[in-house]
Design a protein around this ligand. Sequence first.
Ligand code: ZN
Length: 415
Amino acid sequence: MKMSNETLEQIKVQLRRVMAANGFYAEKLKDIDIEAIESQEDFEALPFSEKDNLRDAYPLGLAAVPEEEIVRIHSSSGTTGTPVIIPYTKQDVEDWATLFARCYEIAGLTKMDRIQITPGYGLWTAGIGFQLGAEKFGAMTVPMGPGNTDKQIKFMQDMKSTVVCATSSYALLLAEEIEKRKCGENIHLKKAIIGSERWGEKMRARIAKELGVELYDIYGLTEVYGPGIAINCEHNTGMHYYDDYLYFEIIDPKTGKTVPDGELGELVITTLKKEGAPLIRYRTHDLTRIVPGKCPCGREYPRIDVILGRTDDMVKVKGVNIFPGQIDDLLKEVDGVSSEYQVFIDHLNGKDQMTVFFETDAVQEDNENVKRYLEKTVMEMFKTRIGVTIIPKAVEIGDLPRSEKKSTRIFDYRY
Ligand code: ZN
């Protein structure tokens, strides 16, 4: 996407700010003459930053303002070792609320909506972001936080929540519980706002049907405010993002070169207004693409596709690159198979071995023929579509773990 002169100027202001702060980026960019950056091409020659680099700045090395201007920190859920700490100024918190309120507007909410928020509050940016945006927008919140499904369903009925915010796996769990309790008619939900991650069409259809809602994918990451930096509109043609606050690039994760609009690659974000911790060319490792053209809704905000996976989730088995999304798409086409699956990859007797567990009713009904048939179908589809031979294992519905966190479905035990 072509960078406007205004965006380039905003980026230069951010660059001057981080250089003056003499912290993490001043060190990283010390050999670069900021004033010599005059074009998109010059900008694209700047080095990327990675989550691992940000960890090196622990605890407050990312701060680009004096301490008296910092009003809070958030921390990203690092799976290993040192967390990343992001400092926010009062203006950053205000800007985040503005972006998030836009998301609620784009999703078609009104001040009469009641928003039940199930993601966690605290160091993590999720719950508090949904809250902040709703308060700015002017709708009532039911700030539940995660877990306690009994209470969630009780409040959902008694408070007549019209919108639920959740991860896809927790929304699915709620849908299944509501179905189990046969209390669907007391549920007033109209929309569900789901943290964008790769989730299959089948899971989407189940959540939409069982909760009776329209689904909205919301995107964000702690390093860049938090959730609320992009969302789809009613036309569902990708997620609108706010190019007055953020500059998005899509790169080839292997070469680091930007790819043409419409092509799949890794999302890289540069903040345009952030004060506490500006980010320059931050690699998200999220797999998406710029959706070219204009949305039928008429909004000027450009669009990215829903997140199609993580560039680091790509696994190479027997020489073939596989994304979890491909597995979702494949299983979605098999009748009698649920949207849940788990993949285990091992290296035995000098060969990669990939075992795919998927759920089906046939096991419960002890129908061996149907089970064998489904296993054979799934195996053949992997062979023809993806190009690998797998060991298929059908299990009972509910056997595979549902999680309140973003679920991991591929387990690689080769290394
Ligand atoms: Zn639109």
